[in-house]
Design a protein around this ligand. Structure first.
Ligand code: C2O
Ligand code: CU
Ligand code: CU
Length: 551
């Protein structure tokens, strides 16, 4: 760990010296990493003899190579899974993909997963979206070394929905996810089954990621401080690990299970023929009723259940799902740099996002109707029952638990502090078995008034450190109570505002500059440490991550 710190520190000073970024003092993420020295070494959890699993899976993470682009295979890190016990449809490998197999569970199942780390670095796997005991949640505290095994045992308490499994070691989450370690996890239940939604070949996982390749087809990853500050942006879109993703479909309704598995990139998904996009579910499962949107925003860690209906479409017709243009998610100056491209930006050595600007308009995937579909199911007008929390259900109606985002050059913090183990503050202690009102906001108010970046990047143009952050909370899903925009309710905001689907269960919420978001979240069933962090994974690794202690 010390070595890594020194390496990063050296890089940081080299860049600062080059005038790319200049700031006094040590950045928060360096302090955050040094804080990890205090992380105790835990014994990896072992199988318990009184747990009788319905499903048992061996899950290995290790270096591998896959053919992504023509020519040389790409070195990746990859999950491989083997079913030891349970229904045959539990695991579905995505052909040709570095992504882990799609896991499918049923609510109520008892699940054991034996994680074997065969990477040359510590790792631990987190089940993003699942409500499991703290020890089964993949907290960085439990990271295991090469050759070790961590045994997870839990009951599936979640309702039907799409979740994610991905690594969560401190300071290496982004890099491990970027290099391939991620997978989709579907949960089914009775309420969902009654709806007879499209299944089998008519239910399609869509994992959207951006990557950058060098001339030898190898992945290029964040080498610059700026990539950590703004997030790393690739110049190629991959869906399910494949470039130029295309589907040949029947003229009928499909269920697209969409997941943003990018480390930083935010998408604004829309159909290219401008027909509305129909959403039937979000992070925590089905909505009460379908919603139709001109476009939907999808930030890293978020999921969407999309009803894609091609019934009545002619064989031969084509569709493209695009990411449409929007602005305001990056500090103004960086955004201009990223969209400008070409000459001006060349000085911004390594400004990778250029070929695919953040907030640009580009295709995600293409579809061709190649055959007649039969008995296309109708879109149900009622989907699921959601018990809505009200203010009277919360333990703290007048004192929301704050999640304050502070953005400064070189440090992205939550509640004023970078991640450190054993650093739970009074405001981060949550009484067990309560429902809490929480408020996520930018600590400096409306995203204005932060000091501009001095030195090379801002060039005196007063770069405001104000960004969008997808804030994720571990444990049970939450409901969004309100979203209010301050002074920044401007053109930028207008380019995204219709794209939020806030009426279902969520575990990750995109917080735009200037926004304040109130959520209601239960903390039931399990005590212990549950993280909250930015799901811009570069930010997370910079220290924009904290623990709640449920006690
Ligand atoms: Cu998807 Cu704590 O992460
Ligand atoms: Cu999570
Ligand atoms: Cu962030």
């Amino acid at each position: 760990m010390k070595q890594t710190v020194n390496l990063f520190r050296r890089r940081f000073f080299v860049q600062a010296g080059a005038g790319l970024l200049a700031s006094a003092g040590l950045p928060g993420w360096v302090r955050a990493m040094e804080g990890m020295a205090g992380m105790p070494k835990m014994q990896p959890n072992k199988a318990s003899s009184d747990f009788h699993p319905d499903v048992e899976i061996d899950l290995v993470c290790k270096p591998a190579a896959v053919q992504i682009l023509p020519g040389q295979p790409t070195a990746v890190q990859q999950y491989f899974a083997q079913l030891r016990k349970g229904p045959a449809n539990t695991l579905a490998v995505l052909p040709g993909s570095y992504l882990g197999p799609v896991m499918r569970f049923e609510k109520g199942q008892k699940i054991r997963i034996n994680l074997h780390n065969q990477l040359d670095e510590p790792s631990i796997t987190h089940w993003h979206g699942l409500h499991v005991p703290a020890k089964m949640d993949g907290h960085p505290l439990y990271a295991i070394d090469k050759g070790q095994t961590y045994v997870y045992e839990f009951e599936m308490l979640n309702r039907a929905g799409m979740n994610i499994y991905h690594p969560h070691p401190h300071d290496a989450t982004a890099s491990q996810v970027y290099h391939g370690l991620a997978g989709a996890m579907l949960v089914n239940d009775r309420e969902e089954r009654r709806l007879e939604l499209p299944g089998g070949e008519y239910e399609v996982p869509i994992v959207i990621q951006d990557r950058q390749f060098d001339h030898n087809n190898q992945l290029v990853y964040a080498g610059h401080m700026r990539d950590r500050m703004l997030g790393f942006y690739g110049d190629r879109i991959l869906v399910n690990g494949l470039p130029d993703f295309h589907l040949d479909l029947a003229s009928r309704a499909y269920r697209f299970r969409v997941l943003n598995g990018s480390t930083a990139r935010i998408y604004k998904l829309a159909w290219d023929d401008n027909s509305p996009i129909t959403v039937i579910g979000t992070d925590g499962g089905l909505l009460e009723a379908p919603v139709h949107k001109p476009y939907v925003m999808l930030a890293p860690g978020e999921r969407l259940d999309v009803w894609a209906d091609f019934s009545g479409r002619k064989v031969g017709s084509q569709f493209v799902m695009r990411s449409r243009s929007f602005s305001g998610v990056l500090p103004g100056m960086a955004e201009r740099m990223m969209t400008m491209g070409g000459r001006h930006a060349q000085g911004m050595h390594g400004m990778h996002g250029m070929a695919l600007p953040v907030g640009g308009d580009f295709p995600i995937l293409s579809i061709r109707v190649t055959r007649q579909g039969h008995d296309s199911p109708p879109l149900p007008n009622k989907l699921a029952v959601i018990d809505r929390y009200r203010l009277r259900d919360v333990a703290n109606p007048d004192r929301p638990v704050p999640i304050a985002i502070s953005e400064r050059p070189m440090s992205m913090l939550l509640n004023g502090r970078p991640y450190a183990y054993n650093d739970v503050q009074p405001g981060e202690r949550i009484p067990f078995n309560t429902v809490q009102l929480m408020e996520i906001f930018h600590a400096a108010g409306d995203g204005h008034g932060m000091s501009g970046m001095r030195g090379g990047m801002g060039g005196g143009m007063g770069m405001m450190m104000s960004m969008a952050h997808p804030i994720h909370l571990h444990g049970q899903s939450f409901q969004i109570l309100s979203r209010t925009v301050g002074m920044n309710g401007n053109d930028h905001y207008a380019s995204v505002r219709e794209g939020f689907v806030d009426d279902g269960w969520k575990d990750t919420v995109l917080v735009m500059p200037g926004e304040r978001i109130k959520i209601i979240k239960p903390f039931q069933d399990f005590k212990g440490l549950y993280m909250y962090h930015c799901h811009n994974l570069e930010h997370e690794d910079m220290g924009m991550m904290r623990d709640f202690s449920v006690e």
